[in-house]
Design a protein around this ligand. Structure first.
Ligand SMILES: Cc1cc2nc3c(=O)[nH]c(=O)nc-3n(C[C@H](O)[C@H](O)[C@H](O)COP(=O)(O)OP(=O)(O)OC[C@H]3O[C@@H](n4cnc5c(N)ncnc54)[C@H](O)[C@@H]3O)c2cc1C
Length: 386
């Protein structure tokens, strides 16, 4: 049987992770096209938190979270630093009964998988973990010690390397400029180098760009860009003398970044109808640093004053703006589209690092064996047409 030729557009975590999972099949011939550098776009600006529990992804997708976490742990164990793991642990704060219930389920799932985890109501114990936290007006906090955050760019490059080892090809600095469609079937693509390629399947993994790349096949891909404004704070006149865990509240999250603290508004608190939060913009116009709005830092400083007063006098070291690609229901779009042979692995929004391994595993199964999985059914393109 001949090989199946697959062209992937985009070399972020979505494209490289899919390329790697496809390269595990003997009869897959994979080429990834990246117009810039591997893992250099939204993936590079990510916080990279992959926690054993939190509210960023519903507990019903626990297996997605666990597969992501364990894939990166395995990567890190194979070669230290290849997934950029920083094991800080995670503290998710229960601000009300609903959040508390989510945390308790998450902790139970983590424990059932063999990890340690606890739901803590003793405020003194919470302060031992995070001395700068305010414990008034909270019910408790969930805590896991074995997780933390990863480096999306390192992971993308590691997947790219592993894929090449398995025979896959990567073309960096090469932009896909056109996709050839014949009788509603995608048959190949053209690049900025003027070369034409023929493929059996083309997968659009361009994240925030898919709004524009989709137009090459006449599709209007229903994603919005939410502003991911990240700020780096230097704690007041000191280095942190404790391990700052990944800290999650419903409205924002924080984590350590070297000697600084990274803070960002959580993606699920973004309102797609609020032009301050979301819109449809050109990701090529984003500056490398800065570009942030006063609204977000004011909002985050108010949150810190209320929630983590010990670090509120921190200096602002740097900031950046990136776009998260979000469909209306904040879940990815995976698999077949109305254009035969043109598939999507986009719309990962604020969870791409967590979700890419499980999503890629299942999408590779669909591409290579024409097999659907419950995850692919949940995240298929058609759901957005209903
Ligand atoms: C501030 C911030 C914090 C985040 N925190 C987390 C977190 O804690 N945990 C988590 O799981 N997720 C987090 N995310 C989300 C996660 O980073 C994204 O979901 C993920 O990186 C998206 O990856 P991607 O490959 O889809 O997109 P990208 O990384 O943007 O990759 C798309 C690639 O496509 C390329 N491309 C576009 N058009 C073309 C073309 N025509 N030809 C060739 N190449 C093209 C681009 O150059 C780019 O490299 C965060 C995101 C941000 C911005």
């Amino acid at each position: 049987m001949g090989k199946k030729r697959i062209g992937i557009i985009g070399g972020g975590i979505s494209g490289t992770c899919l390329g790697y999972h496809l390269s595990l099949y003997d009869n897959a011939e994979v080429v990834v096209f990246e117009k810039d550098t591997i893992g250099g776009a939204s993936t590079a600006k990510s916080a990279g938190t992959v926690c054993l529990f939190d509210d960023s992804l519903k507990n019903r997708y626990w297996d997605v979270r666990l597969y992501g976490f364990e894939s990166y742990l395995k990567m890190e164990a194979e070669e230290k630093g290849s997934a950029g793991f920083d094991k800080t642990g995670t503290l998710v704060v229960a601000t009300d009964k609903k959040v508390e219930a989510t945390i308790k389920t998450g902790i139970a799932l983590a424990k059932a998988a063999g990890y340690s985890g606890e739901y803590i109501t003793d405020k003194g114990r919470i302060k031992e973990i995070l001395p700068d936290i305010a414990t008034d007006n909270i019910l408790g906090a969930g805590y896991t010690q074995e997780d933390g955050y990863f480096d999306g760019t390192m992971i993308s490059n590691t997947y790219a390397k592993k894929m090449q080892k398995n025979g896959g090809a990567i073309k960096t600095g090469v932009k896909v400029t056109d996709v050839k469609v014949v009788d509603n079937k995608a048959t190949g693509l053209t690049t900025s180098e003027g070369e034409d390629y023929e493929f059996d399947v083309i997968v659009d993994c361009t994240g925030p760009w898919s709004k524009f790349t989709g137009e090459m096949v006449g599709m209007d891909i229903p994603i919005w860009h939410t502003k991911a404004e990240a700020f780096f704070l230097c704690p007041p006149g000191k280095k942190l003398d404790y391990t700052f865990p990944v800290l999650k509240y419903p409205a924002f999250y924080g984590l350590r970044a070297g000697d600084n603290i990274f803070i960002c508004k959580s993606h699920l608190s973004m309102d797609l109808n609020n032009p301050m939060h979301a819109g449809q913009w050109d990701p090529d116009k984003l500056p490398a640093t800065g570009g942030t709005d006063d609204y977000f830092i004011d909002f985050l400083l108010d949150q810190l004053e209320m929630r983590v007063p010990g670090i509120v006098d921190s200096g602002l070291v740097s900031s950046w703006l990136s776009y998260r690609a979000e469909p209306k229901d904040f879940l990815p779009i995976l698999g077949k589209t109305p254009v035969e042979g043109y598939m999507l692995a986009t719309g990962y929004g604020g969870n791409g690092v967590i979700e890419a391994p499980a999503a890629s595993r299942d999408l590779a199964k669909l591409i290579m064996r024409d097999e659907m999985t419950p995850l692919l059914e949940d995240w298929e393109f058609n759901r957005l047409l209903k």
